[in-house]
Design a binder for this molecule. Structure first.
Ligand code: KG4
Ligand code: ZN
Length: 484
């Protein structure tokens, strides 16, 4: 995996900055221009280094209480990897800490790619400067108001991950700390609720401190505390909710309760800056399998769901019966790649005519096959079992997503939740004329970045919670703010 580091540029970096300039712009700035700008105290340049290679940079000038973005470039071969987003996140954080009013920039009016990138991170197109460039092309003037920027600290403790994240705006993650308890639960083959709550209690304070430290912000920089208040294990949820309430009260800042499933949906906002509702969401996790019509950032409707096991749960139970370990999803996926889809497992509700799912029948068919082989003393072909089980899962998910896309007329599908890390599932959910999104690997499973993002969108739409916020283990997506 690539490692990205962002740091201050010094004079010695100017030759490299010029190389990047020359590779990206026809009218590149000279070495001398950079040297002059860097010698004053008004301009600051930041570098993005990927695996030891400086791949991009951004420069700002401080003018009264504004930041002017000077130049911003990422080498072509490093573009579309989120490096630009990371560099801009750094600038937003600096602007927020410097308490400036906003950030302004100009770019070529014909550079639609750049304009849409800046819009995706919160800039507005506010006007044009006629004939600004040497070839008389107009400049588009863009502006990012800082009073609209929220720094959110989010807490997620709904199951067996103690997660804390700091987000600036709705999509720029400054830190994403996940303390997994998986080793504690492994020996039981699944999550033990009492152990989960106790462990959240032990680690939450440390996770909060680490998330702040990694984000480079202090408690005084926070504007909002977001917390998962359901669905999930009630004891586990309560730890996060109580901690979040105490933080919000003691800091005197707003609090917002977030639905965990809406959080999974929002994980795609962080991974794909341009993704906007409306779209169809498929949430496939250890606790839920739901098709959700996402109409706006805060309004959504469940249009299909599993009446029994969730997909992730079926993966875990199959893995457990095969003695593979916990969590089972990644292990079954790995073995499935070595096997053949030669066992004819059922595809329950494939033709039910609605958008609902059932996975317990499939799971039982797999367990029966395993038991029957064991009783007959036949060898188990574990890769074939995994491949055949996964093929059935994929067929069901594909058929239901296809129907849901047709019936809603939506042309974007965003999958999320632990099972969205599965390459076979993602590969099967590609449809003609439809763009399919899945979160980056670190955001597929439970995390607090997604909770911060969902919380942020509810917050800017005018919603918030108060100190009466409580854990609700059976909360449903789209309902959190209908109840209050
Ligand atoms: O979203 P998540 O981390 O937690 C819940 O909210 O449930 O999902 C965990 C589930 C587990 O059941 C795990 O086995 C499954 O996601 N999972 C996978 C894969 N990675 C995790 N299932 C299939 N293939 C995977 N690669
Ligand atoms: Zn989850």
């Amino acid at each position: 995996m690539q490692r990205l580091r962002i740091y201050n540029a010094e004079h010695k970096h100017i030759p490299r900055i010029c190389e990047i300039e020359n590779a990206v712009f026809d009218d590149a700035w000279s070495h001398q221009s950079f040297a002059e700008l860097m010698s004053g105290d008004k301009c600051h340049f930041y570098l993005a280094e990927v695996d030891g290679v400086i791949a991009g940079y951004v420069g700002i000038m401080v003018v009264l209480d504004e930041f002017h973005l000077l130049n911003f470039a990422v080498l072509p071969e490093y573009q579309s990897q989120g490096i630009g987003g990371e560099l801009m996140t750094e600038i937003l954080l600096l602007a927020k800490k410097a308490d400036v009013q906003g950030i302004t920039l100009e770019c070529r009016a014909s550079n639609h790619r750049a304009i849409s990138f800046y819009e995706s991170i919160g800039f507005d197109l506010v006007g044009h400067r006629k004939g600004y460039y040497e070839n008389k092309e107009d400049a588009a003037i863009m502006w990012h108001r800082m009073d609209s920027i929220t720094i959110t600290l989010a807490i997620e403790t709904s199951c067996d991950e103690t997660a804390v994240s700091v987000l600036i705006g709705g999509r720029n993650m400054l830190s994403n700390v996940v303390y997994s308890q998986v080793d504690l639960h492994k020996i039981y083959g699944g999550v033990v609720p009492e152990i989960a709550s106790r462990n959240h209690l032990d680690t939450i304070a440390e996770a909060v401190d680490l998330a702040l430290e990694q984000a480079g912000v202090g408690l005084e920089n926070l504007d909002l505390i977001a917390v998962t208040n359901g669905p999930g294990l009630v004891g586990a949820l309560l730890v996060g909710v109580a901690y979040a309430k105490a933080l919000s009260y003691s800091l005197g800042i707003d609090l917002i309760g977030v639905n965990h499933i809406e959080g999974h949906i929002a994980s795609n906002y962080i991974s794909h800056l341009k993704l906007k509702p409306p779209f169809l969401a498929l949430v496939v996790s250890g606790g839920h399998t739901q098709l959700i019509e996402v109409r706006t950032y805060t309004e959504m409707k469940i249009i299909g769901e599993s009446g029994d096991d969730a997909v992730g749960e079926a993966y875990d139970k199959v893995a457990r019966t095969l003695g593979l370990g916990y969590p089972g999803g990644p292990l079954v996926e790995e073995l499935a790649a070595e096997g053949m889809d030669c066992l004819d497992f059922p595809r329950p509700m494939l033709h039910s005519g609605d958008l609902n799912f059932s996975f317990s029948g499939l799971k039982s068919a797999v367990l029966n096959h395993i038991n029957s082989c064991n009783m007959k003393g036949e060898d188990l072909n574990i890769p074939d079992i995994c491949a055949s089980f996964q093929a059935a899962v994929v067929d069901i998910l594909r058929a239901k997503c296809k129907s849901a896309l047709e019936s809603t007329g939506l042309s974007i599908l965003a999958i999320s939740g632990g099972v969205s890390a599965n390459k076979a599932v993602l590969g099967a959910l590609q449809f003609e004329g439809v763009r399919t999104y899945a979160p980056s690997a670190s955001l597929c499973g439970d995390n607090a970045g997604m909770i911060a993002s969902a919380g942020y969108y509810h917050y800017i739409s005018g919603q918030k919670s108060d100190l009466k916020l409580n854990a609700d283990p059976s909360l449903r997506a789209g309902e959190t703010y209908l109840k209050s």
